[in-house]
Design a protein around this ligand. Structure first.
Ligand code: NAD
Length: 487
């Protein structure tokens, strides 16, 4: 198997966007981008130095007074202009993601979601409201909700534009200015969006987008004394570093959206075909590189044989060149991800039973992993406890509700859990008992609700994001106490 398709996009932005201008790194630093489909280097991207990260924060700080003084309607006008430009760039964004992290163009959807976010937040400035109280005799008291100042955002590589806009838009409409650091694995789509931000004509410094590695520019942002809120999506390991950096620096507010080990529980009365189709999609989409992917499936023992047979039959993909519209399964994002998944598969073989994926990959190049199923994997193994982040699923059985709740909850993660049953009382009992920030009943991830908060229990995160809650993450609350003369 070789990679044949030539991308339509021939040139792309690879520089840093600081204070409204595209610039090379101050020390000339660059890092290679390697296509995960071919293993070949295809471009170099600016590596933000510590000075560059500091310059981006300084630009955001300087832009804050005039940006925060605008009315939300005027701030929203900029967001509104950006939305259609992102939609128009759909094909280019899809190709850029295919090139850098291997997502098939056929799966690309973030342009639509990003435009929806922008249109929503453009109109949502009216939510920036305080409260008032007459409950203390002789006083009129009130709260003011005010922007923090400079907001930092550090984003991962699996759906970058979603996180770029999902974090920036609410922070901006609330009156903050923003510095975003993109992932070294997928910086190109965010750099493309920076060109659109320039086209819209946002005031310089209001939004800055830098590329580079975490220990350099990311570390500067997490320790920065002028960043008052940092919104992070990524691994638990980095999330802990960011939490510690906040404690060591200025106790900045930290929002952490981290990993998962999401269980899907299939009871004997479930709509089996729906459960099979959806749980398969959950672990296969984006080659399993999704924080909420159902990487553990628990099936009632009475239907296990049928479920497993149907699941394996469906867990077949068209893997190949992510630039081809017929491909629905791309490679893992890079060599590190590929080796991590392979190591888990080797470990799984020692403790469980691998029933699919044992065929050698048809790919001679690139970081492809075929869909893989493990059965009867011991619950206390690392395989069942840690995030694999690949198209690898463990299917185990259970006898009753108490047993499966104990198994599902026996992990430090708690991002998403799902239950398939026609028994409403059982579904609601399970929804209460499962330790997860999101519970799907007769549906599973990546299904989400646009008007519900998203986030994790336990080690899957701190705080919540979403249309109804994100703006609140970026507003300080000040109580103002007014003593009123009675004469
Ligand atoms: P990662 O933690 O390796 O990297 C995320 C970002 O943090 C990148 O921009 C990286 O450069 C930066 N970073 C790395 N080290 C840093 C440091 N010392 N200081 C500051 N920044 C640093 O995660 P990843 O591999 O990019 O993403 C995959 C992980 O993200 C998975 O664990 C996945 O479950 C999680 N994720 C969670 C959600 C969610 O909403 N809960 C969504 C998507 C991905």
């Amino acid at each position: 198997m070789s990679i044949t398709q030539t991308p339509n996009v021939k040139s792309f932005e690879t520089r840093l966007f600081i204070n409204g201008k595209f610039v090379e790194a101050s020390d000339g630093g660059k890092f290679d981008l390697i296509s995960p489909a071919t293993g070949e280097k295809f471009t170099k991207v600016s590596e933000a130095s510590e000075d560059d990260a500091n310059a981006a924060v300084a630009a955001a700080k300087a832009a804050f007074p005039s940006w925060s003084a605008l009315s939300p309607v005027d701030r929203g006008a900029y967001l509104k202009k950006l939305a259609p430009l992102i939609l128009e760039s759909h094909d280019e964004l899809a190709e850029l993601e295919a090139l850098s992290m291997g997502r098939p163009v056929s799966n690309y959807f973030e342009s639509t979601v990003a435009a929806n976010y922008l249109n929503h937040y453009a109109e949502a400035g009216i939510q920036c409201l305080g409260t008032s109280s007459l409950n203390t005799p002789g006083y009129v008291n009130m709260t003011l909700r005010q922007p923090f100042g400079v907001v930092g955002a550090i984003i991962p590589w699996n759906v970058p534009v979603l996180f770029l806009i999902g974090k920036s838009a609410p922070a901006l409409i609330a009156g903050n200015t923003v510095v975003v650091k993109t992932s070294e694995k997928a910086p190109l789509t965010s750099a493309k969006v920076a060109t659109l931000i320039e086209k819209v004509g946002f005031p310089p410094g209001v939004i800055n987008i830098i590329s580079g590695h975490g220990p350099t520019s990311g570390n500067v942002l997490s320790h920065h004394m002028d960043i008052r809120v940092l919104s992070f999506t990524g691994s638990g390991r980095t999330g802990r570093l960011i939490q510690a950096a906040s404690a060591k620096s200025n106790l900045k507010n930290v929002i952490l959206e981290l990993g998962g080990k999401s269980p899907a529980i299939i009871f004997e009365d479930a709509n089996l075909d729906k459960a099979v189709k959806e749980t398969k999609h959950s672990i296969q989409w984006n080659s399993g590189q999704v924080c909420m992917a159902n990487s553990r499936i628990y099936v009632h023992e009475s239907i296990a044989a049928t479920f497993i047979e149907k699941f394996q039959r469906l867990f077949v993909v068209e893997s190949g060149d992510p630039l081809l519209p017929s491909t629905n399964h791309g490679p893992q994002a890079d060599e590190i991800q590929f080796k991590q998944v392979q190591a888990f598969i080797e470990e799984g073989k020692k403790v469980g039973k691998m029933t699919l994926g044992s065929n050698p990959s048809k790919h001679t190049i690139g970081y492809f992993i075929q869909p893989t199923v493990f059965l009867d994997t011991p619950e206390d193994s690392r395989f069942m406890k840690e995030e694999i982040f690949g198209p690898v699923v463990a299917i185990n059985t259970f006898k009753d509700e108490d047993e499966v709740v104990a198994k599902a909850n026996d992990t430090e993660f708690g991002l998403y859990a799902s239950v398939y049953t026609k028994d409403v009382s059982r579904a609601l009992r399970m929804a209460k008992k499962l330790e997860a920030g999101n519970v799907g009943v007769n549906c599973t991830s990546p299904t989400g609700a646009w008007d519900m908060p998203f986030g994790g229990y336990k080690g899957s995160g701190v705080g919540r994001e979403g249309w109804t809650v994100s703006i609140g993450n970026y507003l300080e609350t000040k109580s103002v106490l007014i003593s009123v003369d009675d004469v």
